[in-house]
Design a protein around this ligand. Sequence first.
Ligand SMILES: Nc1nc2c(ncn2[C@@H]2O[C@H](COP(=O)(O)OP(=O)(O)OP(=O)(O)O)[C@@H](O)[C@H]2O)c(=O)[nH]1
Ligand SMILES: [Mg+2]
Length: 622
Amino acid sequence: MESKIRNFCIIAHIDHGKSTLADRFLELTGTISERDMKDQFLDSMDLEREKGITIKLQPIRMKYQASSGEDYILNLIDTPGHMDFGYEVSRSIACVEGAILIVDASQGVQAQTLVNLRFALDQKLKIIPVMNKIDLPTADIEKTKNEIINLLKCEEDEILEISAKTGEGVDKLIEEIVAKIPAPVENSNRSGGNEGRESGRALIFDSIYDEYKGIISYVRIFDGSFKRGDKVRFLGTKTEGEVLEVGYFRLSREKTEEIKSGEIGYIITSEKDLRSVRVGDTIATRGKNIEALPGYKVVKPMVYAGVYSQGGDKYEELRDAVEKLKLNDASIEIEPESSPVFGFGFRCGFLGLLHLDIFLQRLKREYDLELVVTVPSVAYRAYLKEGVAANYAKNKKLHILKDELGEYIILTKPSELDLQSVDCIEEPIVIMDVITPAEYMGPVMSLVEGRRGQYLNTEYLDQDLVVLKYKIPLAPILVDFYDKLKSVSKGYASINYEFSEYKPVSLVKLDIYIAEELIEPLSSFVYKDEAFKIARSIVAKLKESISRQQFVIKIQAAIGSKIIAAERLSALRKNVTEKLYGGDVSRKKKLLAKQKKGKKRMQSQGKVALPHDVYLSVLKRD
Ligand SMILES: Nc1nc2c(ncn2[C@@H]2O[C@H](COP(=O)(O)OP(=O)(O)OP(=O)(O)O)[C@@H](O)[C@H]2O)c(=O)[nH]1
Ligand SMILES: [Mg+2]
């Protein structure tokens, strides 16, 4: 009998309506009652709701009776659209047989439409093209349809037109899912045996730490089945354990007897070590010669920052929190590091600045930690002069790596740079695709070229939709580039990039002194030819963001010992004698003297409170 399961994910560019469409599925299948329904129901994290974006992939199991009268199980995975969370999409795709590709009819095809489609085609998924938001007055149905046809080389009548908001066309879409998405192939692996059952293989596509239940692995079962009491092995990390609970993702986790081949669900085992459960690994029931499932490629972080607990005294709590969060965010890279100023902490790698921001906010909210974060940076390579490597490694506590050009270190923090010992620095270069309506090509190109982009070629997706390909250093596009791009293209242009290579760069370390004190977290790498301009802009911005104190503050930017820009923030003279009546001069003098002493103490301790997001003013370059 053919399986009545359909596994699929919803993919699209950011904001094209994936989670809203999932809402309609939840309603249509009666998975949720009207009373419990809220917009973008699957965006269950506070952060997702506040920001109005999906951050985590989200599986849900629904029951559906098709118009043929037959009952189906629909396993849907909602995915994020933002580029920084692309790893969530590629992991989801490996668990399903089909994908609903949504295109917003008022926006047309955008960068993540292309990228996510490519992921899905690589996995040979059945694609169901869907045009959403047809209720909007700004929807351009004909144009969007043509873009989709050009992209997929599909027939016009294969594209479904829906409004995820009003629900129009969604009933037809769900029938299409049942009819067109292939049922999962069950039990492809016939080897081994376990108490007379097929040996089980499950791919871990996500995981989460639960305070009561411990580590929960989100899995797609490819072979056999799993149930309580089964002895299992994590094939990659080579750890063993026993299954304590299995279940499905309904509105919340729902315990069940057994989960079987073709299904999506969760497995909780007796394993307690956070590092033994790894996304992409295979859980297998113990049998002979069981091969691991293909798994996932490890992603390469684009941006790094040092993360420390404020005051430096909560290292243990920070470590515990970081390791637990890592379980739920496989794309973060974490390495312990120490800083003379902040003590012990972690160097963390992220896929982008939004990803970094979300990680920090989750650490704060979910683990109640106060943090200090260094200015985010891309990873540079600094090739060392001959004979200095050993010393450098020791002083700065860095690993020395080696390739055909010589010995180098990975630099992500300005404090690690000692120009005397460095021969040459290289920066990461990416290949960037900018998708834009042809009418904005001019301003888009001048923006990209102003950020050191080197034009490669243009490809027409349609007569007025183009993909501009560039080779561009990662550093200048990290921060405010995306906002600028949106503003020069009235919101239509979008980007995607991939790491390409390392190339030599002329870089200096720009230090910031506030009240004569070096503020290490504000140091940053800048291009030598932009140092003066940037130094001036940073000190001006800092002047605006630091509140006035009872003493004059000098804000300075320096390269080495040379000050290249400075501002003064004048003192706020608090009138301490205000409370005094009459002319008791001696008392007045005494109070003023006390105030003076206080000012001295504040100055010497460098007690200038810096606003929490001050590092952004260092990064934003114009
Ligand atoms: N008018 C109209 N608005 C829609 C429709 N579908 C979604 N929206 C709106 O578009 C916005 C984004 O919708 P989401 O469902 O969060 O989009 P998403 O694709 O899940 O976004 P990410 O997960 O962050 O990539 C919300 O304000 C929705 O209300 C539609 O069919 N018509
Ligand atoms: Mg969403």
